[in-house]
Write a protein that binds this ligand. Structure first.
Ligand SMILES: CC(C)(COP(=O)(O)OP(=O)(O)OC[C@H]1O[C@@H](n2cnc3c(N)ncnc32)[C@H](O)[C@@H]1OP(=O)(O)O)[C@@H](O)C(=O)NCCC(=O)NCCS
Length: 213
Protein backbone atom coordinates (compact mmCIF):
# COMPACT_ATOMS: atom_id res chain seq x y z
CA UNK A 1 0.00 0.00 0.00
CA UNK A 2 1.42 3.40 -0.88
CA UNK A 3 2.22 5.77 1.92
CA UNK A 4 0.65 9.08 1.07
CA UNK A 5 1.14 10.55 4.55
CA UNK A 6 2.46 13.77 3.03
CA UNK A 7 -0.95 14.84 1.74
CA UNK A 8 -3.57 12.62 3.32
CA UNK A 9 -7.17 13.09 2.30
CA UNK A 10 -9.07 14.48 5.29
CA UNK A 11 -10.76 11.60 7.06
CA UNK A 12 -14.18 13.27 6.91
CA UNK A 13 -14.01 13.31 3.09
CA UNK A 14 -13.43 9.59 2.82
CA UNK A 15 -15.90 6.80 2.49
CA UNK A 16 -15.95 4.45 5.47
CA UNK A 17 -18.01 1.30 5.18
CA UNK A 18 -18.47 -1.79 7.30
CA UNK A 19 -19.07 -5.34 6.14
CA UNK A 20 -19.31 -8.57 8.04
CA UNK A 21 -16.13 -10.56 8.55
CA UNK A 22 -15.70 -13.45 6.10
CA UNK A 23 -13.44 -16.51 6.22
CA UNK A 24 -11.39 -15.07 3.38
CA UNK A 25 -10.39 -12.22 5.73
CA UNK A 26 -8.48 -14.51 8.13
CA UNK A 27 -5.02 -13.94 6.53
CA UNK A 28 -5.66 -10.21 6.77
CA UNK A 29 -6.43 -10.55 10.48
CA UNK A 30 -3.25 -12.60 11.03
CA UNK A 31 -1.27 -9.83 9.33
CA UNK A 32 -2.94 -7.01 11.26
CA UNK A 33 -2.72 -8.73 14.68
CA UNK A 34 1.06 -9.08 14.34
CA UNK A 35 1.70 -5.46 13.37
CA UNK A 36 3.89 -3.60 15.87
CA UNK A 37 1.27 -0.93 16.56
CA UNK A 38 -1.48 -3.53 17.14
CA UNK A 39 0.16 -6.53 18.86
CA UNK A 40 0.66 -4.95 22.32
CA UNK A 41 -3.01 -4.01 22.55
CA UNK A 42 -4.71 -6.87 20.72
CA UNK A 43 -3.28 -9.97 22.29
CA UNK A 44 -4.85 -12.82 20.37
CA UNK A 45 -3.20 -15.89 18.88
CA UNK A 46 -3.30 -15.61 15.10
CA UNK A 47 -2.46 -19.07 13.78
CA UNK A 48 -5.19 -20.35 11.43
CA UNK A 49 -6.67 -22.77 13.98
CA UNK A 50 -6.95 -20.10 16.67
CA UNK A 51 -8.47 -17.61 14.27
CA UNK A 52 -11.01 -20.18 13.13
CA UNK A 53 -11.86 -21.05 16.76
CA UNK A 54 -12.26 -17.39 17.68
CA UNK A 55 -13.95 -16.00 14.56
CA UNK A 56 -15.52 -19.02 12.83
CA UNK A 57 -18.59 -19.04 15.10
CA UNK A 58 -19.24 -15.34 14.58
CA UNK A 59 -18.94 -15.76 10.80
CA UNK A 60 -21.43 -18.63 11.03
CA UNK A 61 -23.79 -16.53 13.15
CA UNK A 62 -23.30 -18.76 16.19
CA UNK A 63 -21.64 -16.14 18.39
CA UNK A 64 -23.41 -13.02 19.60
CA UNK A 65 -20.32 -10.88 18.97
CA UNK A 66 -20.59 -9.12 15.62
CA UNK A 67 -17.32 -8.61 13.76
CA UNK A 68 -16.90 -6.23 10.83
CA UNK A 69 -14.19 -5.25 8.42
CA UNK A 70 -13.77 -1.48 8.12
CA UNK A 71 -13.41 -0.52 4.47
CA UNK A 72 -12.00 2.76 3.22
CA UNK A 73 -13.00 3.41 -0.39
CA UNK A 74 -13.66 -0.36 -0.75
CA UNK A 75 -10.27 -1.39 0.69
CA UNK A 76 -10.18 -3.29 4.00
CA UNK A 77 -8.30 -1.18 6.55
CA UNK A 78 -9.33 -2.52 9.91
CA UNK A 79 -11.63 -4.47 12.15
CA UNK A 80 -14.36 -3.39 14.54
CA UNK A 81 -16.49 -5.64 16.70
CA UNK A 82 -19.31 -5.23 19.16
CA UNK A 83 -21.09 -7.28 21.74
CA UNK A 84 -23.69 -6.79 24.38
CA UNK A 85 -22.12 -6.47 27.80
CA UNK A 86 -24.85 -8.64 29.31
CA UNK A 87 -23.71 -11.52 27.08
CA UNK A 88 -20.34 -11.57 28.85
CA UNK A 89 -20.78 -12.25 32.60
CA UNK A 90 -17.16 -11.35 33.49
CA UNK A 91 -17.36 -8.08 31.59
CA UNK A 92 -20.77 -7.41 33.07
CA UNK A 93 -19.45 -7.87 36.64
CA UNK A 94 -16.48 -5.61 35.96
CA UNK A 95 -18.64 -2.84 34.57
CA UNK A 96 -21.19 -3.18 37.36
CA UNK A 97 -18.35 -2.66 39.85
CA UNK A 98 -17.44 0.53 37.99
CA UNK A 99 -21.09 1.68 38.14
CA UNK A 100 -21.41 1.69 34.35
CA UNK A 101 -24.82 2.33 32.77
CA UNK A 102 -26.74 -0.66 31.49
CA UNK A 103 -27.76 -2.16 29.17
CA UNK A 104 -24.66 -1.39 27.16
CA UNK A 105 -22.65 -2.62 24.19
CA UNK A 106 -18.88 -2.91 24.07
CA UNK A 107 -16.65 -2.37 21.05
CA UNK A 108 -13.07 -3.20 20.05
CA UNK A 109 -11.31 -1.88 16.97
CA UNK A 110 -8.06 -1.62 15.07
CA UNK A 111 -6.66 0.01 11.96
CA UNK A 112 -4.33 -2.59 10.40
CA UNK A 113 -1.96 -0.51 8.29
CA UNK A 114 0.24 1.77 10.40
CA UNK A 115 0.43 4.23 7.48
CA UNK A 116 -3.31 4.81 7.90
CA UNK A 117 -3.15 5.63 11.61
CA UNK A 118 -2.95 9.18 12.91
CA UNK A 119 -5.26 10.57 10.20
CA UNK A 120 -8.46 10.57 12.16
CA UNK A 121 -9.74 7.38 10.52
CA UNK A 122 -10.00 5.49 13.80
CA UNK A 123 -12.10 8.23 15.39
CA UNK A 124 -14.25 8.54 12.27
CA UNK A 125 -14.86 4.79 12.00
CA UNK A 126 -15.82 4.57 15.68
CA UNK A 127 -18.24 7.49 15.38
CA UNK A 128 -19.90 6.06 12.27
CA UNK A 129 -20.08 2.60 13.82
CA UNK A 130 -21.98 4.01 16.77
CA UNK A 131 -24.64 5.46 14.48
CA UNK A 132 -25.38 1.90 13.39
CA UNK A 133 -25.06 0.49 16.87
CA UNK A 134 -27.86 2.73 18.21
CA UNK A 135 -30.10 1.43 15.41
CA UNK A 136 -29.05 -2.20 15.77
CA UNK A 137 -29.66 -2.19 19.54
CA UNK A 138 -32.50 0.25 20.20
CA UNK A 139 -32.56 -0.50 23.94
CA UNK A 140 -28.94 -0.01 24.89
CA UNK A 141 -28.17 3.11 26.91
CA UNK A 142 -24.48 3.43 26.13
CA UNK A 143 -21.41 2.04 24.41
CA UNK A 144 -18.43 1.25 26.63
CA UNK A 145 -14.78 0.63 25.88
CA UNK A 146 -12.07 -0.65 28.22
CA UNK A 147 -8.70 0.68 27.13
CA UNK A 148 -5.28 0.46 28.69
CA UNK A 149 -4.10 3.78 30.03
CA UNK A 150 -0.84 3.35 28.11
CA UNK A 151 -2.77 3.09 24.82
CA UNK A 152 -3.06 6.82 24.23
CA UNK A 153 -3.86 6.43 20.52
CA UNK A 154 -6.94 4.42 21.39
CA UNK A 155 -8.35 6.65 24.10
CA UNK A 156 -7.64 9.79 22.09
CA UNK A 157 -9.55 8.27 19.17
CA UNK A 158 -12.43 7.59 21.57
CA UNK A 159 -12.39 11.14 22.93
CA UNK A 160 -12.43 12.51 19.38
CA UNK A 161 -15.45 10.37 18.59
CA UNK A 162 -17.51 11.65 21.51
CA UNK A 163 -16.62 9.26 24.35
CA UNK A 164 -15.72 10.46 27.81
CA UNK A 165 -13.60 8.80 30.45
CA UNK A 166 -15.65 7.78 33.47
CA UNK A 167 -13.48 5.32 35.35
CA UNK A 168 -9.79 4.58 35.88
CA UNK A 169 -8.31 1.57 37.64
CA UNK A 170 -7.28 -2.02 37.20
CA UNK A 171 -9.89 -4.29 35.67
CA UNK A 172 -10.60 -7.72 37.11
CA UNK A 173 -10.35 -9.39 33.71
CA UNK A 174 -8.77 -12.55 32.31
CA UNK A 175 -8.18 -10.84 28.97
CA UNK A 176 -4.44 -10.07 28.53
CA UNK A 177 -5.45 -7.00 26.51
CA UNK A 178 -6.92 -5.58 29.75
CA UNK A 179 -3.69 -6.05 31.70
CA UNK A 180 -2.47 -3.11 33.78
CA UNK A 181 -4.12 0.23 34.56
CA UNK A 182 -7.15 0.83 32.36
CA UNK A 183 -9.71 3.47 31.59
CA UNK A 184 -13.36 2.89 30.88
CA UNK A 185 -14.77 5.20 28.24
CA UNK A 186 -18.47 5.78 27.72
CA UNK A 187 -20.68 7.32 25.09
CA UNK A 188 -24.35 7.64 25.93
CA UNK A 189 -27.12 7.16 23.40
CA UNK A 190 -28.02 10.54 21.86
CA UNK A 191 -31.31 12.05 23.01
CA UNK A 192 -34.12 11.59 20.44
CA UNK A 193 -34.33 15.32 19.74
CA UNK A 194 -30.56 15.72 19.35
CA UNK A 195 -29.37 16.58 15.84
CA UNK A 196 -28.10 13.42 14.12
CA UNK A 197 -24.32 13.77 13.86
CA UNK A 198 -23.41 11.60 10.90
CA UNK A 199 -26.76 10.48 9.52
CA UNK A 200 -26.13 11.60 5.95
CA UNK A 201 -22.69 10.06 5.72
CA UNK A 202 -21.61 7.49 3.19
CA UNK A 203 -21.26 4.80 5.78
CA UNK A 204 -23.23 1.68 5.15
CA UNK A 205 -23.69 -1.41 7.19
CA UNK A 206 -25.40 -4.49 5.94
CA UNK A 207 -26.54 -7.51 7.83
CA UNK A 208 -25.90 -9.89 4.98
CA UNK A 209 -22.31 -8.99 4.17
CA UNK A 210 -23.12 -6.66 1.27
CA UNK A 211 -23.04 -2.93 1.11
CA UNK A 212 -26.16 -0.84 1.16
CA UNK A 213 -26.21 2.62 -0.34
C1 LIG B 1 -6.53 2.91 18.15
C2 LIG B 1 -6.58 3.16 16.66
C3 LIG B 1 -7.76 2.42 16.05
C4 LIG B 1 -6.79 4.66 16.47
O1 LIG B 1 -6.89 4.90 15.08
P1 LIG B 1 -6.21 6.18 14.43
O2 LIG B 1 -6.77 6.29 13.05
O3 LIG B 1 -4.76 6.14 14.62
O4 LIG B 1 -6.83 7.32 15.35
P2 LIG B 1 -6.78 8.88 15.11
O5 LIG B 1 -6.07 9.26 13.86
O6 LIG B 1 -8.18 9.31 15.30
O7 LIG B 1 -5.77 9.36 16.25
C5 LIG B 1 -5.93 9.09 17.57
C6 LIG B 1 -4.78 9.72 18.35
O8 LIG B 1 -3.62 8.87 18.30
C7 LIG B 1 -2.48 9.64 17.91
N1 LIG B 1 -1.59 8.79 17.12
C8 LIG B 1 -1.88 8.19 15.95
N2 LIG B 1 -0.81 7.49 15.52
C9 LIG B 1 0.14 7.64 16.47
C10 LIG B 1 1.45 7.13 16.60
N3 LIG B 1 1.99 6.34 15.67
N4 LIG B 1 2.13 7.44 17.72
C11 LIG B 1 1.58 8.24 18.66
N5 LIG B 1 0.33 8.74 18.60
C12 LIG B 1 -0.38 8.45 17.50
C13 LIG B 1 -3.05 10.77 17.09
O9 LIG B 1 -2.15 11.86 17.06
C14 LIG B 1 -4.34 11.08 17.84
O10 LIG B 1 -4.11 11.85 18.99
P3 LIG B 1 -4.33 13.45 19.01
O11 LIG B 1 -5.71 13.70 18.52
O12 LIG B 1 -4.15 13.80 20.44
O13 LIG B 1 -3.30 13.99 18.09
C15 LIG B 1 -5.28 2.72 15.93
O14 LIG B 1 -4.20 3.49 16.37
C16 LIG B 1 -4.98 1.26 16.15
O15 LIG B 1 -5.43 0.42 15.39
N6 LIG B 1 -4.20 0.91 17.19
C17 LIG B 1 -3.85 -0.49 17.47
C18 LIG B 1 -5.02 -1.33 17.98
C19 LIG B 1 -5.64 -0.78 19.24
O16 LIG B 1 -4.95 -0.22 20.08
N7 LIG B 1 -6.96 -0.95 19.37
C20 LIG B 1 -7.72 -0.47 20.50
C21 LIG B 1 -7.76 -1.48 21.60
S1 LIG B 1 -8.67 -0.79 23.00
Amino acid sequence: MTDSRDEPTPAEDQSIRFRHLERGDMPLLADWFTRDHVAPWWQEPCDPASLEARYGPTIDGEDATEVFIIELDDTPIGLIQRYLVDDDPACSRTLAAADAPTPAAGIDYLIGDPALTGRGLGALAIDRFLTHTWRRYPTIAAVLVAVQQANRRSWRALEKSGFHRFWAGTLASDDPSDHGPSYLYLRERPQPDAAPSQEQDETTLSTDGHHQD
